[in-house]
Design a protein around this ligand. Structure first.
Ligand code: ATP
Ligand code: MG
Length: 346
């Protein structure tokens, strides 16, 4: 197994632009993460100062009844990062709950955001509906966009690689930045911009929702061959494409959405689409092509992941070291925010 030597290769005072991104510790990472954000992060880590936050506190906002779900997934998420090629010598990986400045900033920013504004956030609105909270929405859940603003600004991130569902969070973050800067009468926080990937929203295999950890509709990076095969066989295609010779629809056909997202040869897929639309290509054929492609991508990831997850001590060390390295920079931002409010007596 590859042994990662931790060292101080992260240059402090670097002039590189700063990236902050992260994932809730609510389950293992899946193909949506892979194309929506992870692949970008692997590339970006070579050119930018990148921090990835394992958002365990945010995971609790809709899982307080089952905290084990969050605590037991922290290291799973770290193992997923390493398995896809995130290099802890190039990217700082840290743990949200172990960085007190993030919770403190959330408290200060809470005064800058109205409940009405939070209720208007379209992603939060959808999630509240799909989680059937009724009138019992946890306050922490409604306000999680504020905690995300704290995470992003605490690292002075200007770029945030995210999926499409996160765009409203970045809008809210920038509103908070502008309000705080106007109170401070100087630019103490920086605005951020999203970095969307080519596939900003991968649907679930039934095509009905976003692939999400919480919805149990995922193909995980750790999924075995049989599970991948089963998931591809269950994919939604074109319900009117009954016989092979029938012309098929490509739009809304999840197999083609995935082929566009994952197959390396776009010319080949364009031809396949033409033939499918003309009639003469069966769903069995398109699913076989997709299955082969996914098996090829996930096999090495799964193997590397198995190695990493078998050495929990190493995963803890990586997370601890990255978390320690994050304390100073986040405390500095906290100090300037307190100063903006005049709360800097000592
Ligand atoms: P949960 O259901 O707990 O919210 P999730 O699967 O939505 O989990 P998150 O941890 O909320 O995953 O998201 C982490 C990052 O991955 C975010 O930037 C998000 O936009 C992106 N992401 C998540 N799911 C997808 C998807 N299906 N397609 C593209 N990007 C995604
Ligand atoms: Mg999510």
């Amino acid at each position: 197994m590859q042994n990662i030597q931790l060292s101080n290769t992260h240059q402090s005072g670097s002039v590189k632009e700063k990236i902050l991104t992260g994932d809730r510790a609510t389950g293992q990472l899946h193909l949506g993460h892979f194309v929506g954000s992870l692949q970008q992060r692997v590339k970006l880590q070579h050119c930018y100062d990148q921090t990835i936050l394992v958002a365990d506190m945010q995971g609790l906002t809709d899982n307080s009844h089952n905290p084990h779900k969050v605590s037991s997934n922290i290291l799973n998420v770290v193992a997923d990062y390493l398995a896809v090629g995130i290099d802890p010598l190039k990217t700082t990986i840290c743990l949200q709950s172990a960085i007190p400045a993030l919770a403190e900033l959330t408290m200060y920013y809470s005064n800058l955001v109205s409940i009405a504004r939070l209720e208007r956030n379209p992603t939060v609105k959808n999630e509240i509906q799909s989680k059937s909270f009724g009138r019992s929405i946890p306050a922490g859940f409604l306000t999680y966009p504020i905690s995300q603003a704290a995470d992003i600004t605490a690292f002075k991130a200007t770029m945030v690689p995210v999926g499409e569902d996160q765009l409203p969070m970045l809008e809210q973050t920038n509103e908070i930045v502008r309000k705080l800067n106007s109170i401070a009468e100087e630019e103490i926080l920086v605005e951020c911009k999203p970095l969307l990937s080519r596939v900003p929203r991968l649907p679930s295999v039934d095509g009905k929702n976003k692939m999400s950890k919480s919805m149990g509709n995922t193909i995980m990076l750790s999924s075995g061959e049989k599970d991948i095969s089963k998931a591809v066989k269950a994919m939604f295609t074109d319900p009117n494409h009954l016989k092979i010779e029938d012309p098929g629809r490509v739009e809304g056909n999840v197999v083609f959405t995935y082929l566009d997202a994952f197959h390396p040869d776009s010319t080949y897929i364009a031809e396949l689409k033409e033939n499918y639309q003309a009639g003469g290509v069966g769903d069995g054929t398109t699913k076989k092509i997709l299955e082969e492609c996914l098996q090829e991508i996930l096999k090495p990831v799964r193997q590397r992941r198995e190695n990493y997850i078998s050495d929990k001590g190493q995963l803890v060390n990586i997370l601890k070291e990255g978390t320690e390295r994050s304390q100073d920079e986040t405390n500095q931002v906290l100090s300037s925010v307190k100063r903006a409010f005049g709360l800097d007596l000592f």
